[in-house]
Unconditional design. Sequence first.
Length: 299
Amino acid sequence: MEKLKGKLKVAIIGSGNIGTDLLIKVLRSPHLECGVFIGRNLSSAGMLKALSLGVPVSADGIDYIVKNPDCCDLVFDATSAQSHLEHAPILKRLNKRVIDLTPSKVGLMSVPCVNLEDSLAEFNVNMVTCGGQASIPVAYAIGQTQTEVEYIEAVSSIASRSAGPATRQNLDEYIKTTEEGLRAFSGATWTKAILNLNPAEPCIDMQTTVFAKVKRPDIPKLSEVLLPLVENIRKYVPGYEIILGPIVENERIVVMARVRGLGDYLPAYAGNLDIINCAAIALAEEYAGVTLNSESKRG
């Protein structure tokens, strides 16, 4: 990205683990600044962290943005799928760009290493799910290189301690949205998503395994497309790596990825939360480039 003048002002709705980690990443970004950090409880850990960093906070939920529309140009929604269904029409009316980190499926599903340009043209984009961000690049590569993709399954294992209340509340939406994302990006006839919460101590890193049934597996062709995609992911998620495959086992293509987080606010083992936040930040910074460069040219 070329050097920008100024920063894009963003708001974060949701003061839980994902929202707070997102805040740390926004504060580190050379292209973004946080206009307000919004939650419901001023004494929550996330709100106290934001206050300690000198970030403006509000416990008024989305009403704060309605009353103070100049507080931001872009909104990160890190609440819940049900809440985003309520937020989306309000933010649309306010003409705010939205990056949705819930599995609500309201906006265009976005995986930056795959459909960045399409995402930049939308005012509401959905970051699918953590499992989607880890598995969809693999599924996309399979769809681009294999014939007659009959079935794709993504099995993600995460540390139980990394699954907060919102994640647990949205498990059904997680499954449905991940499956829809796999189908949309791969063209597979049938998709399945599984999420395992592992209580092991010490906590495990996130691992996602993709299984695909295709007519005639072509591993060299798949590798030619997958490896550059992985390098693109690692530009914004350095801890993403393929640890197995692609191989053919029991007549299925198998690829396993591991994600280790940056350890900003969340522990490094919480790669499942880190990957979706890193993807959201990468997209927001691209938005910043489009918006600020456009304003600079008009000026």
